[in-house]
Design a binder for this molecule. Structure first.
Ligand SMILES: Cc1cc2nc3c(=O)[nH]c(=O)nc-3n(C[C@H](O)[C@H](O)[C@H](O)COP(=O)(O)OP(=O)(O)OC[C@H]3O[C@@H](n4cnc5c(N)ncnc54)[C@H](O)[C@@H]3O)c2cc1C
Ligand SMILES: NC(=O)c1ccc[n+]([C@@H]2O[C@H](COP(=O)([O-])OP(=O)(O)OC[C@H]3O[C@@H](n4cnc5c(N)ncnc54)[C@H](OP(=O)(O)O)[C@@H]3O)[C@@H](O)[C@H]2O)c1
Length: 273
């Protein structure tokens, strides 16, 4: 895949205590990539949480951004799924990392997209646009998700088909995974859609929920407060609109301190690149 931005050398991190080593990098499109790195021995996290990662800037100061951990908590390594913002202070550089390079990772995981923030239920909905699928890449690989729920529905919407590839491959690999494969069988429903390119399923998550199309297409019951729980991760506009849809089904927003029927996290801050 081609990279739009010119290659900028990744500054050496010398012997920073929070340095981790990149083990693999994969470019999915000219604006999306994923990478894996070593995991600090001390790092314990709940699937769905995020950490601060980054590089040193030109003056040798840490340039850090929030990133959802895309790998599950049992994985020996950490995985991240990233946008490439052409003039973004961090990602204009981060997109050029290669195996053997070092990144900074602050081992202080936090976040609201965790099982503890939801009341027990029968079905959980993971609702994501763009890179917002990252926390669900972790949660979908966590056996606890399938122990807690009878059904798991992953709705992921992007503008174009190529932007769905990371999620699609992940779900295919789950079905073949020796640990998770049997658990997801018949339980995990994947509903990817595009909004600006032809695809077998199209439309915004909000529209497919309010019209009832997703329930009809998957052959499942509509959402209700007694059975359904939801986790949301997308742009500010998406989060705002999908909250109204979930409230319309009777679900109420929860938090770590007060579990309820749905929780929300920003996939990024701002209006988009
Ligand atoms: C809780 C949280 C978790 C996050 N997790 C991830 C993650 O897993 N993967 C990831 O790629 N980013 C994630 N982000 C965004 C990330 O923190 C950075 O903003 C992003 O890496 C770009 O950094 P930058 O310095 O290059 O540009 P910034 O100056 O940080 O951003 C420049 C502009 O680019 C746009 N932008 C930033 N991130 C995105 C994105 N992901 N998708 C579309 N447009 C974007 C916004 O308009 C932003 O104003 C997360 C943000 C938050 C708050
Ligand atoms: N994706 C690209 O190919 C591309 C390329 C270059 C630059 N950009 C820029 O990058 C920024 C981020 O783009 P992105 O595609 O990652 O994120 P995005 O604009 O948030 O769109 C991601 C998906 O979410 C949907 N969506 C957006 N707002 C929504 C809402 N309020 N309710 C329900 N669904 C909603 C979009 O549908 P709609 O299509 O209906 O809006 C799209 O399918 C944008 O400013 C864009 O101009 C994108």
């Amino acid at each position: 895949m081609s990279d739009a931005a010119p290659a900028t050398p990744v500054p050496p991190l010398k012997t920073l205590p929070d340095a981790q080593t990149v083990t693999s990098v994969r470019h999915w499109t000219d604006r999306l990539f994923s990478f894996r790195c070593t995991r600090p021995q001390s790092l314990r996290f709940r699937s769905g949480e995020f950490v601060m990662i980054g590089l040193l800037d030109d003056r040798g100061k840490p340039l850090l951004r929030a990133y959802s951990i895309a790998s599950p908590n049992w994985d020996e390594e950490l995985e991240f799924y990233s946008i490439k913002v052409p003039d973004g202070p961090l990602t204009s550089r981060l997109q050029h990392i290669a195996p053997g390079d070092q990144i900074i990772l602050r081992p202080k995981p936090v976040g609201t997209l965790v099982h503890d923030a939801l009341l027990p239920g029968k079905r959980v909905w993971f609702l994501a646009t763009g890179t917002g699928i990252a926390p669900f890449a972790s949660l979908m690989r966590d056996p606890e998700t399938y122990e807690k729920y009878e059904q798991v529905v992953m709705m992921h919407t992007c503008r174009t088909v190529d932007e769905l590839a990371y999620g699609r491959e992940l779900i295919e690999s789950l079905r073949e995974d020796p640990l998770i494969g049997e658990m997801v069988e018949g339980k995990l429903f994947y509903y990817p859609t595009t909004t600006r390119e032809d695809f077998h399923h199209q439309g915004r998550i909000t529209d497919n929920l309010t019209s009832g199309k997703v329930f009809a297409d998957l052959g499942i019951a509509p959402m209700d407060r007694d059975h359904d729980r939801a986790m949301v991760c997308g742009s500010l506009a998406f989060n705002h609109d999908v909250k109204a849809v979930l409230e319309g089904f009777g679900l109420r927003e929860g938090a770590n301190s007060e579990p309820r029927e749905y929780v929300v996290e920003k996939a990024f801050v701002g209006e988009g690149i």
